[in-house]
Write a protein that binds this ligand. Structure first.
Ligand code: FE2
Length: 135
């Protein structure tokens, strides 16, 4: 079973963003699967880098979407993205051993990424509705 599974409560009602969140969880599951099957540290790091690159692109898309919506908490939200990116950088730089890397990675995914989608990204969804209704 997947470590990080998609749940409809993650949907923010924008197909592109939802699809990207979906893909993000798939990439995180690839990392978890490598870790669980005892792959080497270097192989797991490669998978984390793939996720990291995807997250950076995704955050850019989300930021463009917020600009489109004239989302009032844009700056705060962007700052949270920067913190997650910094957290991922930190994991890659400072995790010389496998257990520490996997532990930190799972903690980051659960407490930052999933929590971020549920709380912060969902707020973008509530900002969106009146805008689209006005179109
Ligand atoms: Fe976000």
């Amino acid at each position: 079973m997947d470590e990080f599974s998609w749940n409809d409560k993650y949907s923010i009602g924008n197909d592109q963003i939802d699809d990207e969140h979906h893909r993000l969880l798939e990439l995180a599951n690839e990392v978890a699967a490598f870790a669980n099957s005892g792959e080497k540290l270097e192989r797991i790091k490669v998978a984390i880098v793939a996720l990291y690159e995807y997250v950076k692109t995704h955050f850019q898309h989300e930021e463009e979407y917020m600009i489109q919506l004239a989302y009032p908490q844009y700056e705060e939200h962007k700052k949270l993205h920067e913190e997650i990116i910094a957290g991922m950088n930190d994991i890659m730089k400072h995790s010389g051993n496998l257990d520490a890397l996997v532990y930190k990675f799972k903690r980051l995914m659960n407490s930052w990424v999933l929590e971020h989608i549920l709380t912060e990204d969902s707020r973008i969804a509530s900002a969106k509705k009146p805008e689209e209704a006005a179109d």
